[in-house]
Design a protein around this ligand. Structure first.
Ligand code: LR7
Ligand code: MN
Length: 565
């Protein structure tokens, strides 16, 4: 018999369907695809009147605007049409009590129908865009750990309700060893009414990266589509993604990620022309294309946007291509950094990453991860990033370590694991250099290899611009460096030597610290038994390490030229 979970009490019981069933396409019915649905209309939003008629025999058609939530069961339901839901004043305490279950308004999420309608937020011009009749199929993969029940269901239903059934091969739910009871038998029972949904249970916590790999390993679709487990796919979201992959299998297509408010669960449309970028030390961010760029390239708001990096959670990739690229580095743990890894890998090894504005998916952005990290969160993410830096950044990895991650260079304190396979993979795929990536994919990125250029010498000598033997760079790793040698403290000092630069040795690191004015700066050994300063001698005498004396003119050092940071 058909069953449905009572969402509010879904953790406890399974109830027979009495009212109108959930909006689920009849997958056995080949005519279902011919039903024409118009996108949700909400006067608050500019709605693209996509024409969903399939133009037969031309090989192409306008994007199907299939939306089974167009005529929702309960138009007065909380949060219906993606509108802000209001918390009654006597429920505010409950909202607070339940917040940490998901780090968003779990109370409201549970009130909102799992198949609510949301506004069609696509740019107007999307109604004109055409896609091929013979698009590849996709497996949608959701990984989750302790996801909120109503949110997980809403994610799944949004895919079923707004994807052309012939393109949706399956939905794979990968349970990354959740601890919540309701995600066990109840989830099995609930999903058993949805023939396209498969559940994979991991036997121990793997983290989202290896969980995605477990989902991909059993996927049968031509294309893998990864999604976070607290999303709502918008009308027409799938075909534009598959179209890009179909046109070129090395294109990796991301939807525009819109915002589902963590506070009131409203669906908020985001600005156009955003692309994914990173800043040092490998921090993901969004950046709006400049008006000049848009004008120069005659861009429409529906045109694909090339992205130096992807956000990570939502994208479609040709399944075979994913494996040709070596999928993800399986040595990445739990959360973080995998979006950098796959982005650099895609671009440097011959692919492309695009945001497709006609494809839109809402995502609940949360202040904190609602699940536990098996090890320290900070250390896990740092370690992942160090793996990425070591494999992909070439000489630019100094910039990564130099922005607050010096401590990762001490490999006795941070074991980043074995990288042989990843380095081999990069060689085998004949991937381009990080310099190529910066020059060609992300030329706006400021990536100076040295922080400053100036004059310093182990002996105190009159300054001459040539020969180069007087030229030293103060680098991002805090080295005072000339080509491959660095200024180092010999033993406990006070004498200095030039040694081969070695990023792991603390005695090679100098703190160049501005004191009274921007021009006078001390060079202090950071990790000597005590902080000591570099002191010039009389002409011809050696430079030595001495106790710091803020008033001494002999301890003030100036680098004559700084690169912009
Ligand atoms: O151990 C874990 N096991 C899991 O299965 C940890 C997480 N997960 C699941 C989790 O339940 C969720 O469905 O993995 C998914 C992503 O985890 P989130 O939602 O906690 O991540 P996030 O949205 O905070 O972070 C973004 O960056 C991550 C870096 O590793 C991933 O790439 C996420 O997929 C990614 N999310 C997005 O790109 C959505 C837009 C956010 C932005 C910007
Ligand atoms: Mn997320």
């Amino acid at each position: 018999p058909t069953v449905k979970m009572d969402v509010l009490n879904g953790k406890e019981r399974v109830v027979p369907i009495k009212d109108k069933p959930l909006n689920v396409l009849d997958e056995g019915n080949p005519d279902a695809i011919k039903k024409i649905f118009r996108p949700t209309e909400n006067p608050k939003f500019q709605s693209a009147p996509a024409d969903s008629t399939v133009v037969r025999n031309t090989g192409i058609h306008k994007v199907l605007a299939l939306d089974l939530t167009r005529d929702p069961r309960d138009i007065n339901a909380v949060g219906q049409f993606g509108q802000a839901a209001v918390v009654p004043s006597d429920k505010e305490q409950e909202v607070r009590n339940r917040w940490n279950e998901g780090h968003f308004n779990v109370y409201l999420s549970d009130q909102i129908p799992v198949d609510r309608a949301i506004p069609d937020t696509r740019p107007q011009t999307c109604s004109e865009s055409m896609v091929h009749d013979s698009l590849p199929t996709t497996s949608v993969i959701f990984c989750f750990v302790d996801e909120v029940w109503s949110t997980l269901l809403r994610s799944v239903h949004s895919v079923l309700n707004r994807s052309p059934p012939h393109l949706l091969k399956e939905i794979i739910l990968v349970d990354d060893f959740s601890t919540k009871e309701y995600l066990k038998d109840n989830l099995d029972v609930y999903m058993s009414q949805l023939p396209k949904v498969r559940i994979v249970r991991l036997k121990e916590r793997q983290g989202l990266i290896r969980a995605r790999l477990a989902g991909a390993a059993i996927a049968k679709g031509d294309v893998l589509t990864f999604l976070d487990s607290h999303i709502e796919c918008n009308v027409g979201w799938l075909e534009p993604l598959l179209e890009r992959v179909y046109m070129d299998r090395r294109k990796v297509a991301c939807p525009v990620i819109e915002v589902i408010s963590d506070k009131d669960m409203s669906y908020v449309l985001v600005d156009n022309y955003q692309r994914g970028i990173f800043k040092w030390p490998l921090v993901f961010g969004w950046s709006t294309l400049s008006e000049d760029f848009i004008k120069k390239n005659h861009m429409k708001d529906s045109d694909p946007i090339r992205c130096p990096v992807m956000a990570g959670g939502l994208f479609s990739i040709d399944r075979k291509y994913f494996y040709e690229l070596g999928s993800y580095d399986p040595g990445l743990d739990v959360w973080g950094g995998e979006n950098m890894e796959i982005s650099f890998k895609i671009w440097m090894c011959g692919g492309e990453i695009e945001i497709i504005p006609c494809s839109r998916v809402g995502h609940i952005f949360r202040g904190e991860n609602p699940y536990k990290f098996p090890k320290d969160r900070q250390k896990t993410v740092e370690r992942n990033l160090a793996r990425v830096a070591e494999v992909w950044l070439d000489e630019y990895k100094d910039l990564f370590y130099g922005h607050g991650y010096h401590h990762l260079l001490d490999r006795t304190a941070t074991d980043i694991g074995n990288l042989t396979d990843q380095i081999e993979l990069r060689k085998r795929l004949k991937c381009k250099s990080f310099k190529w990536y910066l020059d060609n994919v992300y030329p706006e990125m400021v990536a100076p290899l040295t922080k400053a250029e100036g004059l310093v010498s182990i002996l105190t000598l009159p300054c001459v611009l040539k020969p180069q033997s007087q030229h030293f760079n103060y680098t991002w790793l805090k080295h005072v460096r000339q080509k491959d040698v660095c200024v180092a403290v010999q033993g406990k000092g006070p004498h200095l030597v030039l040694e081969p630069c070695d990023r792991s040795k603390p005695q090679l690191r100098w703190l160049h610290k501005a004191s009274n004015s921007a021009l006078v700066e001390h060079l202090i050994v950071e990790q000597a038994p005590r902080r000591q300063c570099l002191e010039a001698g009389a002409l011809g005498d050696s430079i030595q390490l001495k106790d710091c004396d803020p008033t001494s003119a002999y301890q003030k050092w100036q680098f004559t030229h700084y690169h912009a940071e």
